[in-house]
Ligand binder design. Structure first.
Ligand SMILES: *[C@@H]1O[C@H](CO)[C@@H](O)[C@H](O)[C@H]1NC(C)=O
Ligand SMILES: *[C@@H]1O[C@H](CO)[C@@H](O)[C@H](O)[C@H]1NC(C)=O
Ligand SMILES: *[C@@H]1O[C@H](CO)[C@@H](O)[C@H](O)[C@H]1NC(C)=O
Ligand SMILES: *[C@@H]1O[C@H](CO)[C@@H](O)[C@H](O)[C@H]1NC(C)=O
Ligand SMILES: *[C@@H]1O[C@H](CO)[C@@H](O)[C@H](O)[C@H]1NC(C)=O
Ligand SMILES: *[C@@H]1O[C@H](CO)[C@@H](O)[C@H](O)[C@H]1NC(C)=O
Ligand SMILES: *[C@@H]1O[C@H](CO)[C@@H](O)[C@H](O)[C@H]1NC(C)=O
Ligand SMILES: *[C@@H]1O[C@H](CO)[C@@H](O)[C@H](O)[C@H]1NC(C)=O
Ligand SMILES: *[C@@H]1O[C@H](CO)[C@@H](O)[C@H](O)[C@H]1NC(C)=O
Ligand SMILES: *[C@@H]1O[C@H](CO)[C@@H](O)[C@H](O)[C@H]1NC(C)=O
Ligand SMILES: *[C@@H]1O[C@H](CO)[C@@H](O)[C@H](O)[C@H]1NC(C)=O
Ligand SMILES: *[C@@H]1O[C@H](CO)[C@@H](O)[C@H](O)[C@H]1NC(C)=O
Length: 604
């Protein structure tokens, strides 16, 4: 345990620039990053729940053992990540609540009268982020903080009560029409644990993080992007945060929002389109750029394209980088890709189908993988008139035109995500198995974004990717819901309801896909690749963080009641929403990530 004094010295050495030396901060260099005069490429992981862990020397318990273990949680998690040679952690830097919760972490209360109150308490409030930056610096980890999140399905209903089950499902999947004045997804993914009767219970944490739209009595999700009062409140929070961490050198960039779209837990208004979302990015990016001269601003969209949409920012494409005399296999050989158009997308798909058909004629059909059953589309999309059948990832119906956003001068780089269980990236090719369709759609999605980076001369980061396995399927909670659709039908590989197909890929297929996607990301010159999400056991469960820590499903018979453990000093695991590898092929996934990360270790 570090003494406070030693700790402050370390913070100064590792985390905060003593004088303004621009090279201490991450900057862009063409399609890559550099820091301290060297190239910086990375493999990262998502740990959105970091702020809910304890890391307080002044923890409010008198129990010495417990205090020590509490003090180590953030430290331990980041230490383990660092051991895997992962150098970037993407995490939530917001936690909005409609009223002060009894326990747990919260950063800001959004009152119904349109005012906001920050929580500056050292052990429960925004200053917890200081500890995250400090501990990350200690482990040589760079933090990618995210300022808000698109989703906020209603939580708080008693989902074990059959009478209110319907209430808990106020989401787009079930078409429940109850009012949903929620905008920002609860910052914690609801967790499930299996009761002895194998009925899933979903633990939902304290208060919802809704906040903005509800606090301002909004009626559509896109008011978050257009309502001047909501924008002012969000800007106010943003400026507070940005000023606080302006000198942190281990802050990669300010990511504006996770997966922003027109639709969310509340529906979009009919007028929401890509222009609205692009202009919001421009406005917030400009504000941050004016407030913080040190850090890049990043867009955190899912990366949807709208090839033929009218643009708000004329694209400034750049000439391809010069091929170096000593060819570097990873970065060179970039010829300028052709601009994305609907015509080109459709022609390339046709060509690829033809090839796959021909291949299939030659070979015996591939062994059929387990079908990815259906898809949990996070939000419905509106068809645009110009949709020529390229699909929702390319037609602007989500409200996202990632290339227009990338053209904003104050946006340093953009990101994209890869969640084939939730988004459809391309139509299925009948010549391919279900798994190969998933694999190939992912590879093509990565290639498309790598080309986009080359064309626009800015870095692109894959900020989240994951594939749900059959073993993790019972825990799978799609982004915009609080329900685990497969919890009741399946435990592990056992399908409990006869006739119900298991969901998800095998562990081996997940490993195959992760390896190939990572490799393609490196080949395509992505500046960074961030897996979703880290899994961690041996965490302290207790009142302060009970909301996210629950006993592992594998801990026989230990079942939490709505996620609140009764044993304050028991151990728990991090949230499992279907993507955590805790107890789910952990060493394999970690090994795959480390293997990719080790390719970035500078040659000596
Ligand atoms: C900038 O990028 C160029 C081309 O990729 C590379 O050769 C150079 O080392 C990079 N410089 C830094 C400081 O990252
Ligand atoms: C991390 O990198 C170090 C130094 O390159 C290497 O010795 C170690 O084996 C790597 N760890 C993993 C888990 O790959
Ligand atoms: C708004 O509501 C909060 C919480 O109820 C209260 O503390 C504050 O005084 C109110 N402000 C105004 C301007 O009404
Ligand atoms: C929202 O509506 C409530 C009830 O009508 C009202 O008291 C409150 O002031 C409104 N809040 C805002 C920000 O308009
Ligand atoms: C803006 O933030 C400050 C704290 O940084 C707070 O005092 C003030 O009430 C906030 N204003 C609004 C309109 O939320
Ligand atoms: C901070 O919150 C903790 C836990 O709720 C509480 O015990 C403590 O008194 C608070 N500190 C201050 C300075 O209000
Ligand atoms: C920290 O990480 C950077 C980037 O991966 C690396 O260049 C540097 O050597 C590391 N420093 C330490 C002290 O491990
Ligand atoms: C939830 O509902 C079930 C069934 O009605 C009941 O047994 C349980 O006590 C309720 N839990 C809470 C926290 O209200
Ligand atoms: C950041 O550094 C600048 C220049 O050294 C200084 O003026 C400012 O107060 C620092 N801000 C914070 C929050 O540390
Ligand atoms: C979005 O809607 C606005 C207002 O109707 C319109 O001016 C704009 O051109 C539209 N943007 C796109 C990309 O269609
Ligand atoms: C701020 O925006 C300008 C473009 O307007 C850009 O050149 C500059 O690099 C940005 N600053 C940072 C820290 O990214
Ligand atoms: C808050 O924590 C206390 C113990 O410190 C516990 O008794 C209480 O049930 C918790 N409240 C909630 C809503 O979880």
């Amino acid at each position: 345990m570090l003494s406070l004094a030693a700790f402050l010295v370390l913070s100064a050495a590792w985390g905060v620039a003593s004088a303004v030396d621009k090279s201490n901060f991450v900057s862009t260099n063409g399609t890559g990053f550099s820091v301290n005069g060297s190239e910086f490429r990375f493999i990262g992981t998502n740990v959105y729940w970091l702020q809910a862990l304890d890391n307080d020397e002044a923890s409010h318990t008198k129990d010495h053992e417990l205090r020590l273990s509490k003090a180590q949680d953030i430290d331990n998690v980041l230490g383990n990540i660092s051991l895997a040679n992962i150098t970037v952690v993407r995490t939530w830097a917001f936690n909005d609540v409609p009223q002060v919760p009894e326990n747990g972490t919260w950063f800001q209360v959004l009152n119904n009268n349109g005012t906001a109150t920050l929580n500056m308490n050292e052990t429960t409030g925004l200053p917890k982020l200081d500890r995250i930056f400090d501990m990350a610096a200690k482990h040589n980890i760079t933090i990618l903080p995210v300022l808000t999140n698109n989703y906020n399905p209603i939580a708080g209903d008693n989902l074990t009560d059959p009478d209110v089950l319907g209430l808990g499902r106020r989401d787009v999947l079930t078409g429940n029409a109850l009012p949903r004045n929620y905008l920002v997804r609860c910052f914690l993914t609801p967790m499930i644990s299996l009761s002895p009767s194998r009925r899933a219970t979903i633990s939902v944490e304290w208060q919802d993080a809704d906040a903005y739209v509800r606090a301002f009595n909004g009626t559509s999700h896109d008011e978050f992007y257009t309502n001047p009062d909501i924008i002012a409140a969000f800007e106010n929070y943003t400026v507070t945060l940005v000023k606080r961490y302006v000198n942190r050198t281990n802050l990669l960039a300010w990511e504006l929002a996770n997966d922003p779209r027109c639709n969310s837990s509340i529906a979009a208004s009919p007028s929401c389109n890509t222009t609205i979302i692009t202009l919001w990015h421009s406005r917030i990016a400009t504000l941050i750029n004016e407030t913080d001269p040190n850090h890049l601003v990043s867009a955190g969209t899912a990366g949807f394209f709208c090839a033929d949409c009218p643009k708000s920012f004329p694209p400034h494409t750049v000439p391809p980088p010069q091929t170096s005399p000593t060819p570097d296999q990873r970065r060179n050989a970039k010829t300028m890709p052709k601009p994305l158009t609907n015509k080109r997308i459709l022609a390339e798909r046709k060509e690829s189908r033809k090839k796959n058909r021909a291949l299939k004629m030659k070979k015996s059909p591939p062994a059929e993988g387990v079908r990815v059953r259906g898809r949990w589309i996070a939000t419905p999309t509106r068809r645009q008139e110009e949709d020529q059948g390229v699909g929702s990832a390319f037609d602007g119906s989500t409200g996202v035109d990632s290339e227009d956003i990338l053209s904003i001068p104050q946006i340093g780089f953009s990101s994209f995500q890869l969640f084939p269980d939730q988004n459809q990236y391309a139509p299925n090719d009948p010549s391919l198995s279900a798994f190969n369709n998933t694999l190939e759609a992912g590879l093509n999605w990565i290639i498309a974004h790598g080309e986009s980076a080359t064309m626009f001369g800015k870095p692109i980061v894959l900020s989240g990717f994951g594939l749900v396995t059959q073993n993790a399927a019972p825990f799978f909670v799609p982004f915009n819901t609080t329900i685990a659709p497969f919890a009741n039908s399946q435990v592990g590989n056992i399908s409990l309801d006869p006739g119900v197909l298991p969901f998800g890929v095998t562990d081996a297929q997940q490993d195959d896909a992760y390896s190939q996607w990572l490799q393609q990301g490196i080949l395509s010159g992505l500046a960074g690749i961030i897996q979703y999400q880290w899994g961690q056991g041996n965490l302290t469960a207790g009142p302060a963080n009970a909301s996210i820590i629950a006993p592992s499903i594998s801990e026989n018979g230990v079942v939490s009641s709505n996620g609140v453990t009764t044993q304050p000093n028991s151990t728990g695991i991090s949230p499992q929403d279907g993507y955590s590898f805790a107890g789910q092929g952990e060493s394999t996934v970690q090994g795959t990530l480390s293997g990719a990360a080790n390719q970035f270790v500078p040659d000596s």
